[in-house]
Design a protein around this ligand. Structure first.
Ligand SMILES: [Zn+2]
Length: 161
C-alpha cells in the first residue's frame, strides 16, 4: 500500500479549496483507506485529503465516541448545515506540528455528507467529535486552525509556527 505523506505548513496545497467528489467509487474508497492509515500512523484523530496533497472534499475521523464499532468515519463532501453555541477548546493539527491553541467553534453541529457507500448521511453531534468535524471541514476550504485564533494572538502565533 502506497503510504501518503502528510503535508506540513506552509505547504501551499493546504491553502487550496478542495473540489467536490462527483461520486464514491473504488478510487475514492481506496484513497479514504490510505488516509486512515496515514492518520493512524501519525497518531491523529482526523485527517482531510488536502493534508495528503489531494484537493478533494474527503475527511476521515476516528470513532472518538465509540458509536461506529470503533471503525473510523469517512465523509465525502461534508457540509455543516447548522451550528449551535460557541465554545473554546485546545486544538492541534498534524499539518502544523508542535503547537496547540484555544480555538472558539460551534458547540454542536449538524453535518451532511456522503458515507463510504456513497449514501447521504446527516449527523447531529456535539463535544469533541463536533470540534474535529469543523476542524477537518475547514481544511477543505484551505483554512487552518491557526487562522481562527483571536486577532490579538495572531502575531505571536505566526512567529511560533
Ligand atoms: Zn488539521
Amino acid at each position: 500500500m502506497a503510504k501518503l505523506e502528510i503535508k506540513i505548513y506552509p505547504d501551499k496545497i493546504l491553502r487550496k479549496k478542495a473540489l467536490e467528489v462527483k461520486g464514491v467509487s473504488g478510487a475514492e474508497q481506496k484513497l479514504a483507506s490510505d488516509m486512515i492509515e496515514a492518520m493512524r500512523s501519525a497518531d491523529g484523530v482526523g485527517l482531510a485529503a488536502p493534508q495528503v496533497g489531494v484537493t478533494k472534499r474527503i475527511i476521515v475521523i476516528e470513532d472518538i465516541e465509540g458509536k461506529n464499532n470503533s471503525s473510523p468515519y469517512v465523509f465525502f463532501n461534508p457540509m455543516v448545515v447548522k451550528k449551535i453555541g460557541r465554545i473554546s477548546f485546545c486544538e492541534g493539527c498534524l499539518s502544523v506540528p508542535d503547537v496547540t491553541y484555544d480555538i472558539t467553534r460551534a458547540k454542536s453541529v449538524v453535518m451532511e455528507a456522503l458515507d463510504l457507500k456513497g449514501e447521504k448521511v446527516r449527523i447531529d453531534t456535539g463535544g469533541f467529535f463536533a470540534r474535529v468535524l469543523q476542524h477537518e471541514i475547514d481544511h477543505l476550504d484551505g483554512i487552518l486552525f491557526v487562522d481562527r485564533v483571536g486577532f490579538l494572538k495572531r502575531k505571536k502565533v505566526l512567529k511560533e509556527i
